[in-house]
Write a protein that binds this ligand. Structure first.
Ligand code: ADP
Ligand code: MG
Length: 651
């Protein structure tokens, strides 16, 4: 065993840095917090290479006197607390006096500052772990404006292992963007800008109203679907916004909680939030919220986590009940029902188009045109034809695949069957028809326990007897027994298989929109779109910048009903922003195809005509290989004849 020795300051600081500085985003967080603690009303953040090469934060706060510059970068030196008792009533974001020292230990740091009342400022560059004496000798005069500039260059240049753990520029940028976003949300009265190189990601002018800042960051449509929340329990005040249930997300990232101006995560409060939404959201979907909790600092310990993201409440259960109670009361007095209650009717109706009345009129006019076209025997799905409405797509020809499309040639499209433009080749059989259809090769008693996928007979046989129940399941009579099929899951699987085959051969067929659909994005989403434009084009999305943070969708994958266009597009973008690795790679593409298939498929709750049921069943051989929908849910269940006989005590 070696002797016990005190570690040199370099190592101590690097270990400390390990706790708080994980990636460029952590640097951004610490520096912006310092600027806010200094009372800045304007904070400008610039990144290079996702912040790995440079994070620069410029503020107009109160500045650091030249003689204090060396102290600012020494560890355990702070202007924010003086004693242990002060820890009980911390009002600032920082107080540990360690951030700048930790950052300096793993980068090349430059600090320049000028207090407003002084004529000249001073600057100091360090690579960390230098003594106070050495640092004092390095202070130089600086002629900048009042405020502070901190530059962090070459993060982890001296910690190769840490550097290796950094991700792509895109990923690091998005983490850093999120760090700015959180603090910008918490401090709407402060003007923030964020740039990556020359590219402006955020320009957020000061706002008196919190909702305006939320709108600037998350788009108008989000802001319009927020419900204001207010509650007071003794000295604890809760305020902010929660999303209308229809504004749900497939993740919990849009749940923002601020405690006394500090972004925090708290398991128990997240639980309270989800509890309040119970029954209002499908599983796997999460509410959106922007909530502020204000309470006297002594009621909460913020010193339990190095990055102070987690906190400990003195009376956690009381805060829990306050959140849950406030939300429940609000939901009771708010009419949330209209779009939620009647899945069958609601889902079949065209989705209300956001936007001005005139656009709805255009949609209506286009739908009329399409119908006329169809009546004249034209092809409404032609490349330049007006797009069919959701009802047309779902109600009349959901399984007609795009021109040059995926449908197998021997299958007449159900709309053609119905409109009589093509000879009806399949006798239409009512599901309740007493005469069972002949089913060749049906006797397979040994296979009674066959999986539902195997139960699907090969294509070309007589249509099986089938009916839709609850507008969501298809009950099919098969030789082996009764197969219950989840209509959405099966359609999704079929579309996915077709898409996968199709995309291998080139871009997917697209449908051009006569009137481009404008989608407002957050700056982060816009960056993702820019970086993945080629991939989105391969999927059939042709896009153009539309000023500000909006893009105009010029064309979309033909199989996607226009009513679902925006939702699908947004989710694709979200998925892309999460995807690591090279765009276009199989690993990225596959989940996107799943998503497209899911969005394009009929939903549970969509009533299907008999022709549609048969069309869907005719394609189920495509679900042969795997009888699970891309999300892993089964597409079909088999209740075998054997099992039925056993249950009814016939054997
Ligand atoms: P802490 O924020 O926990 O005090 P830091 O290491 O982040 O520790 O900063 C050390 C000190 O440097 C702060 O207490 C503050 O006095 C000063 N400082 C850092 N950044 C700024 C800034 N942008 N404006 C004014 N003072 C700053
Ligand atoms: Mg700090």
């Amino acid at each position: 065993m070696s002797r016990i020795e005190k570690l040199p300051p370099v190592v101590v600081n690097q270990i400390a840095a390990g706790e708080v500085i994980e990636r460029p985003a952590s640097v951004v967080k610490e520096l912006v917090e310092n600027a806010l603690d200094a009372g800045a009303t304007r904070v400008d953040v610039t990144l290079l290479r996702g912040g790995v090469e440079l994070v620069r934060v410029v503020d107009n706060g109160r500045g650091i006197p030249p003689e204090e510059l060396p102290l600012a970068v020494l560890s355990h030196a702070t202007s924010k607390i003086r004693s242990a008792e002060d820890l009980e009533r911390v009002q600032t974001l920082g107080f540990r006096g360690e951030a700048l020292a930790s950052i300096a230990a793993v980068s090349q740091l430059r600090l320049a500052s000028r207090p407003a009342q002084q004529r000249q400022g001073a600057e100091l560059s360090t690579t960390g772990s230098e003594s106070e004496e050495v640092l004092r000798r390095k202070v130089r005069p600086w002629g900048g404006p009042p405020g502070t500039v901190v530059e962090v260059n070459h993060l982890f240049y001296n910690a190769p292992v840490r550097r290796k753990f950094l991700r792509s520029t895109q990923t690091e940028t998005s983490h850093a963007t999120e760090a700015v976003l959180r603090l910008a949300l918490a401090h709407p009265q402060v003007h923030f800008t964020l740039r990556h190189g020359k590219r402006l990601i955020y320009d957020l002018p000061p706002q008196q109203q919190w909702l305006r800042r939320i709108e600037a960051l998350f788009g108008r449509e989000t802001a319009q679907r927020l419900i204001p929340i207010q509650g007071q329990d003794g000295p604890v005040r809760l305020s902010g916004y929660v999303g209308h249930p229809e504004l749900n997300r497939p993740h919990t990232r849009w749940q923002y909680l601020f405690l006394n101006g500090r972004p925090v995560r708290d398991r128990s409060l997240t639980h309270a939030l989800n509890e309040a939404y119970r029954g209002l959201l499908l599983t796997g979907r999460y509410p959106v919220c922007f909530l502020r909790l204000e309470m006297p600092p002594e009621m909460v310990d913020v010193n339990v986590h190095p990055t102070k993201l987690e906190v400990r409440f003195q009376d956690g259960s009381r805060v829990y009940s306050q959140l849950l109670g406030t939300l429940r009361r609000k939901f009771l007095e708010t009419d949330l029902g209209t779009r939620l209650q009647v899945p069958s009717e609601q889902a079949a109706a065209p989705e209300p188009q956001p936007g001005p009345q005139s656009l709805q009129f255009v949609d209506w006019a286009k739908a009329q045109l399409a119908r006329q076209h169809q009546a004249q025997g034209g092809n409404p799905a032609g490349p330049h034809a007006p797009p069919p409405t959701l009802t047309q797509q779902l109600g009349e020809n959901p399984f007609v695949l795009p021109p040059g499309g995926y449908a197998l040639p021997e299958e007449p499209a159900p709309s053609a069957v119905r409109s009589g433009t093509q000879e009806t080749s399949q006798p239409q059989q009512a599901p309740w028809d007493p005469e069972p259809p002949s089913s060749p090769g049906a006797e397979a008693p040994g296979q009674a326990k066959a999986s539902p996928a195997e139960a699907f007979p090969p294509q070309g046989t007589e249509p099986p007897r089938a009916m839709q129940v609850h507008n969501r399941y298809l009950v099919v009579e098969e030789p082996q027994g009764i197969v219950v099929i989840d209509q959405h899951a099966l359609h999704e699987r079929v579309l996915y298989e077709q898409l996968r085959e199709r995309v291998a051969g080139g871009p997917l067929p697209t449908q051009r929109l006569l009137v481009p659909q404008v989608v407002e994005l957050t700056p982060e989403e816009l960056a993702t779109v820019r970086e993945n434009q080629a991939l989105l084009a391969q999927l059939g999305f042709e896009l153009e910048a539309f000023g500000g943070q909006a893009v105009a969708v010029q064309s979309h994958p033909a199989l996607l009903p226009p009513g679902r266009l925006e939702e699908a597009f947004r989710e694709l973008v979200h998925r892309l922003s999460q995807a690591p690795g090279t765009p276009g790679a199989e690993a990225v593409l596959d989940p996107l195809l799943h998503l497209l298939a899911c969005k394009a498929a009929v939903k549970a709750g969509d009533p299907l005509s008999e022709a549609e049921i048969q069309a869907l069943l005719r394609q189920r051989h495509l679900a042969q290989n795997t009888h699970h929908c891309p999300h892993g849910r089964p597409t079909a269940l088999l209740l075998s004849r054997e099992e039925l006989d056993r249950q009814f005590l016939r054997t």
